[in-house]
Design a protein around this ligand. Structure first.
Ligand SMILES: Cc1cc2nc3c(=O)[nH]c(=O)nc-3n(C[C@H](O)[C@H](O)[C@H](O)COP(=O)(O)O)c2cc1C
Length: 176
C-alpha cells in the first residue's frame, strides 16, 4: 500500500532531523528488558521531567508497563554494537543482558557498563495517545555525567537510521 503523501512528507522531514539515541533499560523482578529509543525529550525544567516513547510491540514495553524505574543511557558512536543489540534484537528472542556487561542500579534496573553517561528515573505518568507508541514521563532520581563523553561523540539518529528494528512498529503481542 502506497504511503499517504502527507505522511510521506512528514517521514521525509522527520528523517532530516537529527538527535542523540538513547538506550532505555528496566527490570520487573529478575526479568530485565531494554531497547534503543529515538523518541525522547526533556519535557520539564522545575521539576525536571523526561518523556520517552515505547513501541507497543516491544518486549521493553510489555515489561515496562510493570516497572516504576528506568535507566536512560546516552551511547556514543563507539557503542554502535551495543545499540544494535538493543535496537535490532528483541528480548522476545534473546537475553540481551547475557550479551553485555551491566550492574544492578536502583530497584535492580540494569545499568549498562559501557554507557556511563545516563540517568535513572521513576515513572510519574504513562500516556497512551497513539496507535503504536506509549509515552512514559520520568522524574530523575540520579544522574551520571562523566566528563569524558560529550555531544560530539553521541550516537545519533542518522547513525542508526537504516538499522532494522527488532520489532517493527506494527508488531503487537497477540494473546495465545
Ligand atoms: C533508529 C531506531 C529508532 C527506534 N526508536 C524506538 C523508540 O523510540 N521507541 C521504541 O520503543 N523502540 C524504538 N526502536 C525499536 C526498538 O529499539 C527495537 O524494536 C528493539 O529490538 C526492541 O527490543 P525489545 O523487543 O527487546 O524491547 C527504534 C529502533 C531503531 C533502529
Amino acid at each position: 500500500v502506497a504511503r499517504d503523501p502527507v505522511d510521506a512528507g512528514f517521514d521525509a522531514l522527520m528523517g532530516r532531523l537529527d538527535h542523540p539515541m538513547i538506550i532505555v533499560t528496566t527490570a520487573a523482578g529478575e526479568v530485565r528488558s531494554g531497547c534503543l529509543v529515538g523518541f525522547h525529550s526533556q519535557c520539564g525544567i522545575d521539576p525536571p521531567r523526561f518523556a520517552l516513547w515505547l513501541s507497543k510491540g516491544n518486549h521493553t514495553y510489555r515489561i515496562g508497563v510493570l516497572c516504576d524505574t528506568f535507566a536512560v543511557h546516552v551511547p556514543t558512536a563507539a557503542d554502535r554494537a551495543l545499540a544494535e543489540l538493543f535496537g535490532a534484537d528483541s528480548g522476545d528472542g534473546i537475553d540481551k543482558f547475557a550479551r553485555c556487561s551491566w550492574t544492578r542500579g536502583p530497584d535492580d534496573v540494569p545499568l549498562l557498563d559501557a554507557c556511563p553517561t545516563r540517568f535513572v528515573g521513576r515513572r510519574v505518568a504513562l500516556l497512551d495517545a497513539g496507535p503504536d507508541h506509549v509515552c512514559l514521563i520520568l522524574e530523575p532520581i540520579s544522574a551520571d555525567v562523566p566528563a569524558a563523553d560529550g555531544p560530539d561523540e553521541w550516537l545519533m539518529f542518522r547513525d542508526v537510521l537504516g538499522l532494522p528494528a527488532g520489532h517493527p512498529p506494527t508488531d503487537r503481542q497477540r494473546p495465545t
